[in-house]
Write a protein of this length. Structure first.
Length: 252
């Protein structure tokens, strides 16, 4: 138990530069408090003391604003930053070194019994306000952008952004150490490669096409105006040297 507590405290220091002391983490971090409540509630749940586990879970919800069902399975070094409004459903499964931000929902899409909540593999980061719904799998090292709504599996190392979420593939060759080192630089799980977003690419292509068409229309307009000027000059020369004009000049 004490080893687990030490790991949970160390995970706060690893992923939150605002943490100043162990005492501050123990007394002032609702994510740490919610996790301790859940460890106890989950143990009671597994002992078939279901009501008592729900009661402990509900006490944790009152005190932290974080709702974790005692049936949820959570791995080591789990970190919830800020935490208010986080909801984790009964059949959710969370691996090691996972990070959630405030407003995240790991919810279900069915009223049927059985597996109905997401599975988050090791090293997943989910940004503020994201909703991960249904019995889907978010692969190892994947990132979910802020306010995304994810209803399909996310491959390992990929990012998911938007509503509904679109998959942006990451670099699969990077080691787990490199991925972990990046956690501090993607606090809200927003990919730095916005140009890899297929929707952004499509919009950029449309904009480029529109600009190119505007440029061609401007060129065409200039050429038409130049042709009008030349036609007027040619008409003036023709009128000047027409037989009728020449006879008028001769008569004068």
């Amino acid at each position: 138990m004490f080893k687990s507590i030490r790991e949970d405290i160390a995970s706060v220091f690893d992923r939150d530069p605002a943490a100043r002391s162990t005492w501050e983490v123990i007394t002032c971090y609702p994510g740490f408090h919610a996790l301790r409540f859940h460890r106890l509630a989950h143990a009671l749940w597994n002992m078939k003391l279901r009501w008592l586990g729900r009661w402990v879970s509900n006490m944790g919800r009152w005190m932290t604003g974080i709702e974790i069902h005692p049936g949820a399975t959570i791995g080591r070094r789990f970190f919830i930053d800020h935490g208010m409004g986080v909801v984790i459903g009964e059949t959710a499964e969370i691996g090691d070194d996972v990070t959630l931000y405030h407003g995240v929902t790991l919810g279900g899409t069915s009223w049927n019994k059985g597996k109905r909540h997401p599975t988050l593999q090791n090293g997943v980061v989910i940004g503020a306000g994201a909703k991960v719904l249904g019995p889907i799998i978010v692969g190892e090292g994947a990132k979910i952008g802020s306010n995304a709504v994810v209803v399909k599996d996310v491959p390992p190392g990929a990012s998911a952004v938007g509503i509904p979420a679109r998959i942006i593939m990451g670099d699969k060759d990077k080691s787990r150490e490199e991925k972990a080192a990046k956690l501090g630089f993607s606090a809200y799980a927003v990919t730095s490669k916005a140009e890899d977003d297929p929707l952004a690419k499509a919009l950029q292509g449309l904009l480029d096409h529109s600009v190119e068409q505007d440029h061609r229309l401007e060129q065409l307009q200039r050429e038409i105006e130049g042709m009008k000027v030349r036609a007027e000059d040619d008409r003036a020369v023709t009128d000047r040297f027409s037989p009728g004009r020449l006879r008028q000049v001769a008569d004068k």
